[in-house]
Design a protein around this ligand. Structure first.
Ligand SMILES: [Zn+2]
Length: 334
């Protein structure tokens, strides 16, 4: 695995991974795909000798993985976590982290040691959150669909699970076909946990609208997720107050500057969420929930932002943007 990583040979790396679980397979493909964009200059994996078990009869093994790596121009990083291996055709394949597991209908919660209570809290509130988000986006996922949630205790391990070059701080993560990944402590619960889950499930729901959703501008994707969590997270009123202040101070972002996940200036990252949320709310007010969902679905099916805006609102995006900016400088009517 280390040799494949250092040579940025994604397919060769994936040849060492058990890809039976489509969610883990999607995560590992994304992990490997980043190697060609960002190749580590050092990467090593060691098996710890504590708690190693190998069962030759079942072909299952477990061991602590200690991974050390270094990206060009950055310091060395390391993580260690319990990992599973499965023997297939005489070879041991990496099967990911050895998780604790909790299941309820429609949901599998995989969690790190010590997060039992937080995992129960997730399993308890998630069905209601999912139902709320389905209603908001007018979707009805297949009744057999099972949402996977992975709960990490370590920021570094969560970052590493995305790909070795990932360094931004985060509390949650979701990409098409991947699990919802959360960073939580043992006591996670209450409103803060519900807001995090609703945000991440908002991403899941948006990806269910169509295969091209992830190609929409980043502010659309985060605006959708913020909209999905506004009933428990930052309210639309709070967002409106913030945006009116930004407008007054001349601090609105250009949409192009908050559109590409890979190039947005770190200082503008908060605007991806706040300004995106506000525009999603503005569109919802103008053409209703159904119209907004039509706008989103158009992008999810491959239309550009401008094309989707012409289709759902009957105007180019530049006109919508102008009217939105005007609305921010007129007195708040409610
Ligand atoms: Zn998000």
């Amino acid at each position: 695995m280390s040799v494949s990583v250092l040579a940025a040979r994604a397919d060769e790396y994936l040849g060492h991974v058990l890809l039976d679980d489509p969610v883990f397979a999607t995560e590992q493909r994304a992990w490997a795909a980043d190697l060609t964009r960002n190749t580590p200059e050092a990467f090593s994996i060691e098996l710890g000798d504590d708690g190693t078990t190998i069962d030759g009869d079942t072909g299952l093994a477990r061991a602590t993985l200690r991974v050390r790596w270094k990206m060009p121009g950055a310091g060395e990083r390391h993580v260690s976590f319990p990992a599973r291996f499965v023997r297939r055709d005489g070879r041991w394949l990496y099967a990911g982290r050895a998780w604790e597991r909790l299941e309820v209908p429609g949901l599998v919660v995989l969690y790190a040691d010590g997060l039992d209570r937080a995992a129960r809290n997730v399993a308890e509130v998630m069905p209601e959150i999912m139902a709320h988000v389905h209603e908001g986006f007018e979707i009805a996922p297949h009744p057999d669909r099972v949402q996977q949630i992975k709960m990490y205790r370590s920021m570094r391990e969560l970052q590493f699970s995305i790909y070795p070059s990932y360094t931004q701080s985060l509390s949650g993560w979701n990409e098409p076909g991947e699990s919802i990944k959360l960073l939580t402590g043992p006591g996670a619960g209450g409103r803060q946990l519900r807001a995090l889950l609703a945000h991440e499930y908002g991403h899941v729901a948006s990806f269910l609208l169509g295969e091209k959703m992830n190609e929409a501008p980043w502010w659309v994707l985060e605006g959708v997720a913020e909209l999905a969590s506004e009933h428990v997270g930052r309210s639309s009123r709070a967002t409106d107050r913030l945006m009116r202040r930004f407008a007054r101070d001349g601090n609105l972002a250009d949409w192009d500057a908050i559109s590409d996940f890979h190039t947005v200036e770190p200082a503008l990252t908060p605007m991806v969420y706040v300004q995106g949320h506000h525009m999603l709310g503005y569109i919802s007010e103008r053409i209703g929930r159904n119209g907004r969902n039509r706008w989103l679905r158009a992008m999810a099916q491959g239309l550009s932002l401008d094309e989707a805006t012409r289709e759902a609102l009957g105007m180019p995006f530049a006109d919508l943007d102008r009217q939105w900016r005007e609305s921010l400088s007129t007195p708040d009517d409610g």
